[in-house]
Design a protein around this ligand. Structure first.
Ligand SMILES: Cc1cc2nc3c(=O)[nH]c(=O)nc-3n(C[C@H](O)[C@H](O)[C@H](O)COP(=O)(O)O)c2cc1C
Length: 300
C-alpha cells in the first residue's frame, strides 16, 4: 500500500511520505527504503508499531538504513519508559520521531518520552482506530502538548485542513485519500471501491477484541461482526485472527472486494476520482487557503 512510489511522490510534493512497513521483514524494509531514496531526496519515514516485540529489531535496522523519520503507531496505553529508552536510541541514530496517538494520555506519555511531533488520530481515520473524534482530540492535544500537533482522521480536502488549523493543529495527516492516488500500488478494484463508496460505507470491527479497525463494509466485515456478537472476547479474537489472516493482501493485492479487508476511513465519500499525489496535495492546500479566507470573513 504505502510503498516506495507513493511515499516518494508524497515527499516530492511537499508532504512527508511514510513507508507502511510496520510488520514487514527487514529485507523488504531495506528494499523499500532504497527504492524511495532513488526517487526522492526529501525526508520520508518508516512506520512501526510501538509494541515491545517490534522495537529491538527496528532499532538494529535503523542503525543500517538511517531513515530521517521513525513514525510510530500505537495501540493504547503508551508506555513512557519504553518511549524514553527507544526514542533516545533512535535520536542517537539521527532520526526524528513522530508518534501517532489516539488518546490524550498517550500523547502526553509520548511527549514525555521524547517524541518530536505527535499526530492525534480520531476514530474517523482508516486502519487501526479507537473511539474519540479528531475534533475532540486536536484542541485538547494542543492545550497540553509543547511539541507540534498534527491532526489525523477524516481529512481529505481543504475544508478538513482548514478545520484542523482552526482546532490548533500545525499540520495534517491523510491516509485514505492516498489509496486512490495514481501512485498507490493497490489493486485497481480498491481504487474503484473507494470512488464508489458513500456515506455509511465503512464499519469499525474489532472493538470487542481491542483491535478496532475501520474498513469498507463487505462480506468479510459482516462475518467479523457476527463473530464478535456471538463469542467471548478470547474466542472472538482467535476466530477473527483466522478470518482476517491475509485478508488485507486479498483486498489490496488480489483485488478481492468481497472477502478482503478494504481498510479505509469514514472520509471515503469525498474520494471521487483517481488523481496524482501532486494534485491531491496542491488541491488540499489551495482549498485550505480559500476556506481560511472565508472563515476570516465570517460575520459573527
Ligand atoms: C489502507 C490503510 C492502511 C494503513 N496502514 C497503516 C499502517 O500500516 N500503519 C499506520 O501507522 N497507519 C496506517 N494507516 C492509518 C494512516 O496512517 C492514517 O493514520 C489514517 O489513514 C488517517 O486517517 P484518514 O484515513 O481519515 O486519512 C492505514 C490507513 C489505511 C487507510
Amino acid at each position: 500500500m504505502s510503498t516506495a512510489p507513493l511515499v516518494a511522490a508524497v515527499s516530492n510534493a511537499g508532504g512527508l511520505g511514510v513507508l507502511g512497513v510496520g510488520f514487514a521483514p527487514d529485507e523488504f524494509v531495506k528494499e523499500q527504503v532504497e527504492e524511495t531514496r532513488k526517487s526522492t531526496d526529501k525526508p520520508f519515514g518508516i512506520n512501526t508499531v510501538l509494541i515491545p516485540e517490534n522495537l529491538d529489531r527496528l532499532t538494529k535496522l535503523i542503525s543500517e538504513i538511517k531513515t530521517p523519520v521513525i513514525y510510530a503507531d500505537t495501540l493504547i496505553n503508551v508506555d513512557e519508559q519504553i518511549c524514553l529508552h527507544y526514542f533516545k536510541l533512535w535520536h542517537d541514530a539521527g532520526c526524528k520521531i513522530i508518534l501517532k496517538a489516539s488518546t490524550i494520555a498517550d500523547a502526553i506519555a509520548a511527549e514525555k518520552g521524547g517524541a518530536d511531533l505527535i499526530i492525534v488520530k480520531g476514530w474517523e481515520g482508516g486502519g487501526h482506530t479507537i473511539v474519540e473524534a479528531t475534533t475532540v482530540l486536536v484542541p485538547q492535544a494542543t492545550d497540553v502538548l509543547s511539541v507540534p500537533v498534527v491532526a489525523s482522521g477524516g481529512i481529505a480536502d481543504g475544508r478538513g485542513f482548514a478545520a484542523a488549523i482552526a482546532l490548533g493543529a500545525e499540520g495534517i495527516e491523510m491516509g485514505t485519500i492516498f489509496m486512490a492516488a495514481e501512485e498507490a500500488s493497490v489493486h485497481p478494484n480498491v481504487k474503484k471501491a473507494l470512488i464508489n463508496a458513500g456515506d455509511m460505507s465503512t464499519v469499525i470491527t474489532g472493538y470487542s477484541t481491542d483491535e478496532p479497525c475501520c474498513q469498507i463494509k463487505n462480506k468479510l466485515s459482516d462475518e467479523m461482526i457476527e463473530i464478535e456478537a456471538n463469542n467471548t472476547k478470547e474466542v472472538a479474537a482467535e476466530l477473527l485472527r483466522t478470518v482476517a489472516e491475509s485478508s488485507l493482501k486479498k483486498a489490496m493485492i488480489d483485488g478481492d472486494m468481497v472477502e478482503g479487508a478494504v481498510m479505509a476511513g469514514q472520509i471515503v465519500p469525498l474520494i471521487t476520482e483517481i488523481k496524482s499525489v501532486e494534485s491531491i496535495l496542491s488541491e488540499v492546500i489551495e482549498g485550505a487557503k480559500v476556506e481560511l479566507v472565508r472563515a476570516s470573513q465570517f460575520k459573527f
